[in-house]
Design a protein around this ligand. Structure first.
Ligand SMILES: [Zn+2]
Length: 301
């Protein structure tokens, strides 16, 4: 399976304890799915075929220190912050990262707040229009005019945007790493990625909507795909958007209440998964999306 390069910034302090660093590197490299790991300039470079969230959790646990994902992928990369796109419209929140290495696109992500042990379709939609939230992002991205299908189908038997299903753990979190040879990162920047309400039947069902969207229902969470920093491309230690350092940034939720000033329409809305989101959905402002503005735009006060 194609591997990805991750740049994981670890809070080892100004004079890192060599033993602690070595132990972290050693445990990382002995883990199945990790090809290589090395410490350089305060960051651990990891080459892996595991989801980035799993690596972050592992580094945090092994080192006992805070860790954030500073860069992802050594080719073209993109990222989408996924949510219900309305201030009070649910608690499904996550990040999906995309990386192109040669022919292979990797979609790596984690999404919180889904019903435990359920399955949901993951699709690239044709537009990045969030003017009506996830209702205005268009159909599945389908440049060849093909019927809906599954990720293993040939290009004339699936939409390019058909990435199949993601599986949710019993904690309500879906962590995934999907590889695909039909989609390319440069074709999807500016479009959106969405999680569907129901499982995608991959075009094999008996319902008339099976060949349209796999009978997967509406998009319950979505986000615009924006170009992002790859490894070594993001020298920031301070977030340009609001001037806070990455370690404070990491402890803030991705979006919504607590991220900035609480929005009026969101004051009664609280996320039961807030703690997890703070822990793991750091994106470090790397994609340049002003999520505050987006949230405001979709607020119905
Ligand atoms: Zn489709």
């Amino acid at each position: 399976m194609a591997s990805s390069k991750l740049e994981v910034l670890v809070d080892f302090g100004d004079s890192p304890d060599k033993q602690q660093v070595d132990k972290t590197i050693k445990e990382l490299t002995s883990r199945e799915g990790v090809k290589e790991a090395q410490f350089k300039d305060g960051a651990i470079m990891v080459e892996t075929s595991l989801p980035s969230t799993e690596i972050l959790e592992f580094v945090t646990k092994t080192s006992g220190r805070r860790a954030v994902l500073q860069g992802f992928g050594d080719g073209q990369s993109a990222v989408a912050m996924v949510s219900g796109q309305s201030c009070c419209g649910g608690t499904v929140v996550g990040v999906v990262r995309f990386q192109q290495t040669g022919d292979v696109l990797v979609a790596d992500g984690s999404i919180d707040g889904l019903p435990p042990s359920s399955e949901h379709g993951l699709h690239i939609h044709s537009t990045g229009d969030l003017s009506e939230g996830c209702n205005s992002i268009g159909d599945h991205y389908n440049p060849l005019g093909s019927p809906h299908g599954g990720p293993q189908d040939s290009a004339d038997r699936r939409h390019a945007g058909d990435l199949g299903n993601i599986r949710v753990g019993d904690n309500g979190r879906a962590t995934f790493r999907i590889t695909d040879r039909i989609l390319k990162v440069w074709d999807i920047i500016g479009r959106s990625v969405a999680v569907s309400e129901k499982e995608d039947d991959l075009g094999r069902g008996s319902s008339p909507s099976s060949i349209v969207n796999g009978d997967s229902g509406k998009a319950i969470a979505c986000g615009v795909i924006a170009r992002s920093a790859g490894i070594f491309q993001n020298p920031k230690r301070i977030c340009a958007c609001d001037g806070i350092v990455v370690w404070d940034e990491r402890d803030r939720p991705l979006a919504g209440k607590g991220r900035r000033e609480a929005k009026k329409c969101c004051q009664n809305h609280s996320s039961p998964k807030g703690e997890n989101i703070r822990e793991n959905h750091h994106v470090n402002g790397e994609n340049g999306i002003d999520e505050g503005r987006e949230l405001k735009a979709s607020c119905k006060v």
